[in-house]
Design a protein around this ligand. Sequence first.
Ligand code: GDP
Ligand code: IMO
Ligand code: MG
Length: 425
Amino acid sequence: MAVDLLLGLQWGDEGKGKIVDYLTKDYNIIARFQGGPNAGHTLEFDGIKHVLHTIPSGIFHKTAINVVGNGVVIDPVIFQKELDGLAKFDINFRDKLLISRKAHIILPTHRLLDAASETSKGKAKIGSTLKGIGPTYMDKTGRNGIRVGDLELDNWKEKYRQLANKHQALIEFYNVDVQYDLKELELQFFEAVEAIKKLKFIDSEEYLHQAQEENKTILAEGAQGSLLDIDFGTYPFVTSSNTTAAGACTGLGIAPNKIKNVYGIFKAYTTRVGSGPFPTELFDENGARMAKVGHEFGATTGRPRRCGWLDLVALKYAVQVNGVTELMMMKADVLSGFETLKVGVAYRYKGEEIKHLPYNIEAENLEPIYKEFSGWKEDITKLKNENDLPQTLKEYIKFIEDEVKVLIKIVSVGPDRTETIIKNQ
Ligand code: GDP
Ligand code: IMO
Ligand code: MG
């Protein structure tokens, strides 16, 4: 059976958690393919709101198997906290949650290194979530990392000590003010490792190959968004993994020709948390209104998210890089009540009009060119049928579909699982 992918097309927080949870009823297996606890995926149903960081967003369903893939980096301390948070939901982790032996472990010193690196950058800092993501992927590609499968070996603590000692020397090299009590951090870490070891570790690529042979349905869940991709994002203001479709191949061991549907998620506007370029960012009351109505605060760090108009140039780019087959537009309800809406359709750059993201997207003279749309006044959160959507919203949707040349399959009108309109049935 072919595998479907679901991934974010902007700078993260598009609503991946909500839609993975919504779609899980149609899948046997949900598999996270990259990122780590820098992610915060929010799910809402039956009046409960839950934020997941490393655990896949299909975990609340009775039968779906949730796989943490080899491309993911795991912080045992955060993972254990996530498990504790789920304890009251009567979830059978032992059988439903499987972890790849090839996933890499975030050590306490990776987090400290992240902090030291960011502090040393001063004003040029990335705005990292400080979860140790960058340093852990650096040790992975540097061939120094500790993997989940290592935890099953007797000598893993020796390997740990060697690596932690090296990290401490590096932290000193940075020569910045980072306060820490490593003994205390290690105590928590070793305790959490023991808790994690009670879960099922698997050779996930093998497991997923077998599942494909048995015609099981698989949905691969991405974290972050395409504009945070290490290769195709707004480098260096990106995360340290491939967040795009190719990341699902390397992060799960799925062959490219086994991928069928690629679901691309975007907000009806744009947000970004952390530093880096954002051409359609708003600094006026419109931006403030999006932030307020959309509750735009990071699900992992609580930081305010920067807000702006939808950027179609960037969206088309993301659709192309990922081979998106179906779009899902989130948070349309947040735009209710705007008199007029704008969509970035091109940029003015060095005196010319361009329709692609230039290498130097940070350039001060890069200016979005907007098309204006009439807004709608209606509260749309209770709507269930696409025909009932306000005419002006239909026009907004149609314009995006025509420009991007991919249909929007879902229009999300609220955070709850039920606030989801299926289109083009
Ligand atoms: P993710 O990282 O892509 O899973 O997204 P986040 O969970 O970080 O951020 C999305 C936020 O928007 C969460 O607070 C969701 O509950 C919320 N959300 C998702 N879809 C909608 C929607 O259609 N309307 C509104 N108002 N909120 C939504
Ligand atoms: P989800 O999966 C939004 C951003 C950080 C920072 C940059 C690098 O919830 O969409 P890192 O900690 O990876 O070194 O940070 O990437 N970032 C995210 N922004 N949503 C996320 O995940 C993010 N994960 C990382 O804010 O700018
Ligand atoms: Mg998020």
